[in-house]
Design a protein around this ligand. Sequence first.
Ligand SMILES: *[C@@H]1O[C@H](CO)[C@@H](O)[C@H](O)[C@H]1NC(C)=O
Ligand SMILES: *[C@@H]1O[C@H](CO)[C@@H](O)[C@H](O)[C@H]1NC(C)=O
Ligand SMILES: *[C@@H]1O[C@H](CO)[C@@H](O)[C@H](O)[C@H]1NC(C)=O
Ligand SMILES: *[C@@H]1O[C@H](CO)[C@@H](O)[C@H](O)[C@H]1NC(C)=O
Ligand SMILES: *[C@@H]1O[C@H](CO)[C@@H](O)[C@H](O)[C@H]1NC(C)=O
Ligand SMILES: *[C@@H]1O[C@H](CO)[C@@H](O)[C@H](O)[C@H]1NC(C)=O
Ligand SMILES: *[C@@H]1O[C@H](CO)[C@@H](O)[C@H](O)[C@H]1NC(C)=O
Ligand SMILES: *[C@@H]1O[C@H](CO)[C@@H](O)[C@H](O)[C@H]1NC(C)=O
Length: 902
Amino acid sequence: MKSATFLVLLPTFLSASLVFGAKFPLSDVKRVTNLPIVQNQFIIEVDDLSNIPTKRSFVRSLDAVYASLQERAVRFDVNKEFDASGLFVGASLTINNSQDVAAIASTPGVKAIRPVVRIAGPKPVFSHVVTGLTDPLVPPDSESTHILTGVDKLHAQGITGTGIKIGIIDTGIDYTHPFLGGGIGPGHKVIGGFDFVGDAYDGTNTPMPDNDPLDQCNGHGTHVGGIIGANPGNPFNISGVAFGASITSYRVFGCAGSVTDDILVEALLRGVSEGQDILTMSLGGADGWTESTSSVVSSRISANGKIVTIAAGNDGSSGSWYTSSPGNAINAISVASLDNTVIPLQNATVGGVQHDPITYFATFPLAIDGALPIFATSTDTTIVDDACNPLPDTTPDLSKFLVVVRRGTCTFVQKLTNIAAKGGVNTFIYDNGNGFAGISVGNFTAVLIQAADGEFLVQQFAAKAPVTISFPQVGGSFNFPDPNGGLISSFTSYGPSNDFFFKPAVAAPGGNILSTFPVPLGSFAVLSGTSMATPFVAASSALLLSVKGKSQAVTSSARTLFETTAKAVASSKTDGDPLQTLTQQGAGLINVFDAIHAETIVSPGELILNDTAHFKPVQTFTVKNVGKTPQTFKLQHVPAGTALTVQAGTIFPADGPVPLSSTAASVTLVPSSFTVRPGQTQTVVAVFKAPTSLDPTTFPVFSGFIQLVGPTVSQSFHVSYLGLAGNLKDKQVIDDTDEFFGVPLPTALDSTGNVQDGPTNYTFVNGDGPTLLFRLTFGTPALRIDLVNSDINFKPTIQSRALGGLPFFSFPHPHSGGTFAQVKIVGSLAELDFITRNNDDPTDNGSNSLFLDTPTFANGTVIPNGQYRGLVRALKVTGNPAVEADYESWLSPIIGIQAPPS
Ligand SMILES: *[C@@H]1O[C@H](CO)[C@@H](O)[C@H](O)[C@H]1NC(C)=O
Ligand SMILES: *[C@@H]1O[C@H](CO)[C@@H](O)[C@H](O)[C@H]1NC(C)=O
Ligand SMILES: *[C@@H]1O[C@H](CO)[C@@H](O)[C@H](O)[C@H]1NC(C)=O
Ligand SMILES: *[C@@H]1O[C@H](CO)[C@@H](O)[C@H](O)[C@H]1NC(C)=O
Ligand SMILES: *[C@@H]1O[C@H](CO)[C@@H](O)[C@H](O)[C@H]1NC(C)=O
Ligand SMILES: *[C@@H]1O[C@H](CO)[C@@H](O)[C@H](O)[C@H]1NC(C)=O
Ligand SMILES: *[C@@H]1O[C@H](CO)[C@@H](O)[C@H](O)[C@H]1NC(C)=O
Ligand SMILES: *[C@@H]1O[C@H](CO)[C@@H](O)[C@H](O)[C@H]1NC(C)=O
């Protein structure tokens, strides 16, 4: 679990070797291209027919565009068409020849062409399947999430979302679940749905659509469905936030794997055409920009009278500027997760010595009879790699013992495998400070206990005390007060987006949530993730619409209403620590009761000050009295912790939990108190000054609230603000250090995987081609990789050991005008727009490696044999694409193309 770090003083300069803790071996780099795009597939968006010059007459603008494409001899297959006039008209195409991309981009009527991207399947941060309804134990009331957000009070008023339609875009739903209505179709809770993919779909194979969104193999969508709509009266005393609402399930994931975003677009548009009032997506992937097709379409749907709620993402450990797509859709509601205040856990009883019960991390008791003696695999309670190696020959048969082992170094499964080799079947793993949470132990019977309990048991074992542990099957249930309960879940992805949008928007309970699960998979489960927080806001929106109606006025102001009535969340449980940065909590924890019963409408909910180069210090908002009595407010500035988003003195983003500083902005508010009469509106002017004393190399993102303190907490409001005490254009994009791999980057690897040390000729026979290895420490709006003559007179901004060239994905458009176009290139190897940065997980998105396996330009044309260099250019955020000086650049050593004649 999270231990927040506060740096009220400026952090000392981190010595370079501390940046990542360790360097990663170059031999880990795979000679493949690892960007999440689907080869040769693109989504085009087309203009209105009236804007397309054409000699023939067409009924559909798509047909006019297809005809022009055919005239240009572009060969394409149509995978899907999108025909939602006013929202998105276009098609998903497969193009056999990548050189046709340029021709398509310049075809009249094509408004945009974007690569199809793949979005990984939802992965809950923590998952525990509860053993079933027949279990004798009823875990403690999970309505804590409803109490936290005022939903319990709305339910008491009979507000349950009746008459509202929610479309869930997810893994499908197990509508056979007795607490999800037991069926599908009119008259049921789940009124319909569609399966776009089929069980076997994994994101790379052919989808097999059908009409039945049943999911009994994955479970994620059923958990989401229960958070929205589980019927009360179940043994767990949980209920959906909007259990009176109707659900439609759009299944876009198979039992496992990912989905391509053209399917998401299809599902979103079908949801609109089928009249859903609310669409919710607990899915996404790190992106950082607001420009992906699914983000753009989600945003337009939100702007057109629907509410769209989308998970903020679970990449909190990767730090700031790492928003998820489509979660960062400009007009949608991006949802952060808050940890539940209680976790339903179990107690074991200690025998033989006097000791309190030991709480273990499981929702239901381990099915273990009798009292077990204990065996500790080490008597050293500071051992870092307990049981990571095979246990010594002197180890007794462990089958009769409860084995006690310390967490750390290797996987839980590895420890348990070593223990099983000595007969061990039941294990307590005690925490080493990593945090008391759910763990993955495969098929083994093992649970996590807290560090102090483990240390106690090991000491007793060392002292040969006659300790035993037993597992009461009834009465051991314990409402464990989560030490982080009520705080933002540390896994929540941090914003802002690279184009400085306020993401996430609001928080809702998402950590340790008990909800429904497919019947064959156990019927109930506890899961954690922004995936769980998102349906909470979708269902809260249903409560809102069921009270206020579905008009565009209500839907388009819903986000603002939730934001202005949300409650600020602290960054820790320690008094005096600042509020959590708004880049992770958004406007705070939603309070649905206060939102629905607000007698004052404050707007806008977000004041975006942007960076220092585009600073908007003067902001206004309005305060309208929609109640029946005069309202008096006193205004206060309540700053949150300033997020030090980059490690001081380095170019590397700070990992989460992002360190916070108490140095905040200052604000002048005019007026600072006022009374608004019923029907009247007061305008407030806020003039901001960014904090000036912070280390600019940390790219401090400051944020906080303008609070309107009313007569009660329920009739108090806040407006959120966000700004950067720095210039985004100053943020270095390309990693030019040797911190990550121990060799200066970017670099080219030769066909043996070693750094290319000088001019090298490649034959492209039997895999003899260069691999480019680079890392982005920040997002870039434009990455251009060109081939230039080896004797080019060009001074790159990065002067490292010069190396390799590379292609990966082509998107060449003509460059015209500006100093950028004056750099003489031989041809384009790759063009990518709106790229996210890398994180520092070598097994995930730590670097990009791009393998040039054939000597071809991005457009597919063969590169003539010759001596070249690769030129890599990345546009800085807010840079001008036409201005060469706004790019970082790097020139490779000489790459010789020496392909044999074909
Ligand atoms: C991140 O890494 C995963 C796993 O290798 C990959 O599937 C995904 O496409 C990568 N995402 C990005 C944005 O590069
Ligand atoms: C693209 O290539 C595939 C496989 O060779 C072929 O089946 C398909 O017909 C081609 N499509 C076009 C439009 O040429
Ligand atoms: C569940 O709800 C019922 C009815 O409100 C109540 O009597 C019971 O005490 C609750 N059980 C728990 C474990 O909270
Ligand atoms: C469970 O164990 C904790 C820690 O020893 C103790 O505080 C709590 O009272 C116990 N609860 C139950 C129901 O046994
Ligand atoms: C768990 O055990 C079951 C049944 O023996 C087996 O089918 C499954 O593959 C095992 N899973 C793992 C992760 O070992
Ligand atoms: C912040 O400023 C940049 C540069 O002008 C602009 O592109 C971006 O849209 C702005 N962000 C917001 C949310 O207004
Ligand atoms: C690469 O090939 C060219 C043309 O044959 C030759 O002039 C050059 O010396 C070769 N370079 C290396 C490093 O072998
Ligand atoms: C592909 O790009 C190269 C290099 O810019 C250019 O010489 C060639 O004409 C292009 N081919 C086509 C078919 O556009």
